[in-house]
Design a protein around this ligand. Structure first.
Ligand SMILES: C[S@@+](CC[C@H](N)C(=O)[O-])C[C@H]1O[C@@H](n2cnc3c(N)ncnc32)[C@H](O)[C@@H]1O
Length: 360
């Protein structure tokens, strides 16, 4: 059982993921380079592009449009665009997005979209059939939550050797989260190594940490503080709060590349590293606020962003099958109230860790 069911559906993720779309746009030149250099199959065969963790598809269809535009500069052969996500993802919304694009004439000729429901920690397509795989803002979701409880935070917080005074998870949590993240990445890369043809490209990009900054700071502080407000107000039992942990791990560039280099790794040498970097994404609602935008718009957009990615996990941990409803609603209301009251306190840095790999 994966540790999440996906994003908040019904179009909510689509409406509140402008920041993730900006991350795709920031890497436009990486996409162009990947597409310009991927190996084309024989002319009668389709080029296959697999997106991993496509969610409801608003951003994924834009990413695919950028890929197809690049391919059309090279070839007019057929293109299979495959969107994938967990089986519990809102695929109805994804298909609605595709249909809307088709009706609006935005699907290029010779492009055949399809979808696969399944975890990217397992195989998704037949071996040796994929020419480009992309994965944006998804591989930080762990396959399962480590069994070490985090009793005073809704998220794992890595120690940062360069900074003091930060709240840090206990050493046993660090060991367990690091191990889970390593194992998951090896499984992810093993599956992609099987699916990709020799020379195929894998573009992996998502929120990550650097030696100077942690992704959790600010954004997961407001999440945590709002939960504690509800505990203090007697609306949420402490044990229930302690059970809520986001199953995420924000890798550094070094951690992203480690399985390709480690002696005992099953994917050692399977990919060449074309490029790997940490970049900062200008998060639209933060940029707007810093430009003098109004605090209500900032708090609303920030809460929507956080809610879109966290609500299914929050609901699974906090909702009571019987008793009082509305706890989830109250939590996001508290988050918004905290952001309104102290907007600067919770500002955060969207570091994107990106790697462009070539299958050997
Ligand atoms: C934040 S969304 C990213 C959506 C899109 N790629 C973007 O950048 O806007 C993360 C997606 O990863 C998916 N995901 C998480 N774990 C997954 C897994 N094990 N296998 C496949 N998809 C997964 C979630 O369901 C979610 O739809």
């Amino acid at each position: 059982m994966p540790a999440t069911t996906g994003m908040k559906g019904g179009g909510y993720y689509d409406r509140h993921s402008g920041a993730q779309l900006t991350a795709v746009q920031v890497l436009q030149d990486w996409i162009d380079v990947a597409v310009a250099n991927l190996p084309l199959p024989a002319p009668a065969q389709p080029v296959t592009v697999l997106d991993l963790g496509s969610s409801e598809g608003r951003n994924a269809t834009r990413l695919m449009a950028a890929v197809v535009a690049g391919l059309r500069r090279r070839t007019d052969q057929a293109v299979r665009t495959i969107y994938s996500d967990l089986a519990s993802n809102d695929f109805n919304q994804l298909f609605a997005n595709l249909e809307e694009a088709r009706r609006a004439g935005l699907l290029a000729a010779g492009v055949y979209p399809g979808a696969v429901g399944g975890s990217f920690y397992g195989p998704l397509l037949p071996p040796g059939t994929v020419h480009l795989a992309t994965c944006f803002n998804a591989v930080h979701w762990l396959d399962r939550l480590p069994a070490v409880p985090l009793t005073d935070s809704v998220a794992y917080r890595r120690p940062l050797p360069t900074r003091t005074g930060l709240a840090v998870s206990p050493p046993e949590a660090t060991a367990a989260f690091t191990r889970q993240a390593e194992q998951d990445l090896v499984r992810f890369l093993t599956c992609r190594a099987r699916e990709l043809v020799p020379g195929a490209k894998l573009l992996l990009a998502g929120p990550g940490d650097t030696d100077q900054a942690r992704l959790c700071d600010g954004i997961l502080d407001v999440h945590n503080d709002a939960c504690l407000d509800l505990v203090t107000a007697g609306r949420l039992e402490r044990e229930r709060y302690e059970r809520l942990t986001m199953p995420c791990y924000y890798r550094t560039v070094a951690e992203m590349l480690a399985p390709l280099e480690r002696e005992d790794s099953p994917v050692r040498g399977a990919f060449a590293v074309d490029r790997a970097e940490a970049l900062e994404v200008p998060t639209p609602y933060l940029v707007e606020f810093l430009r003098g935008g109004d605090v209500a718009a900032y708090a609303g957009a920030y809460t929507g962003f956080l809610r879109a990615v966290s609500e299914p996990v929050v609901r699974a941990a906090l909702d009571r099958p019987e008793g009082e409803g509305g706890i989830v609603e109250s939590l996001y209301e508290r988050i918004r109230a905290r952001l309104l009251a102290e907007p600067e306190r919770y500002s955060w840095r969207y570091n994107l860790v990106a790697a462009l790999l070539t299958r050997r």
